[in-house]
Design a protein around this ligand. Structure first.
Ligand SMILES: *[C@@H]1O[C@H](CO)[C@@H](O)[C@H](O)[C@H]1NC(C)=O
Ligand SMILES: *[C@@H]1O[C@H](CO)[C@@H](O)[C@H](O)[C@H]1NC(C)=O
Length: 130
């Protein structure tokens, strides 16, 4: 193999290595939230990830919304959920250092409160404030 070809080969290997390293370094957290409250309800959500604005979302009955962000060592997702005519519920939807969900998290808003999908089942987490 002549030297220029060898150099090209080396450059090629470095590029491939970089692509693999970058691809494996980026992992995402997906947090899903479902409105199971009842007909004609809308849930208004607002979330902050590590105090950074994630925006607002509205979920009509039986719909699911998703929050997606890069996984870091200590991410948290803090959300406000609003129902018409009720007080706002502020809750921690994701805590990287916590015990519950890892890369995929599920929340379910129902008449009986707010449930989180944890180790294969829906667990009660919060009551709606009055
Ligand atoms: C996240 O979980 C860790 C470990 O349980 C806890 O120490 C920390 O206070 C939690 N973060 C928030 C914002 O509650
Ligand atoms: C949310 O909870 C309700 C009542 O516990 C359940 O019937 C429904 O299947 C749950 N929704 C999802 C998306 O799992």
């Amino acid at each position: 193999m002549d030297l220029t070809l060898l150099r090209k080969f080396q450059a090629f290997i470095l590029i491939i290595l970089n692509i693999c390293l970058c691809a494996s370094a980026v992992a995402y957290v997906h947090v899903h939230m479902t409105n199971d409250l009842g007909h004609d309800t809308i849930i208004y959500l607002h979330c902050l990830r590590d105090a950074k604005e994630m925006g607002h979302q509205q979920i009509p009955y039986k719909w699911t919304c998703q929050w997606k962000f890069e996984q870091t060592l200590s991410s948290t997702l803090l959300c406000d959920a609003n129902l018409q005519g009720a007080k706002e519920l502020r809750f921690l939807a994701f805590n990287e250092s916590g015990e519950s969900c890892r890369s995929s998290c599920g929340w379910n808003f129902t008449q009986h409160g707010v449930f989180q999908y944890d180790k294969g089942e829906w667990k009660f987490r919060y009551n709606w404030p009055h």
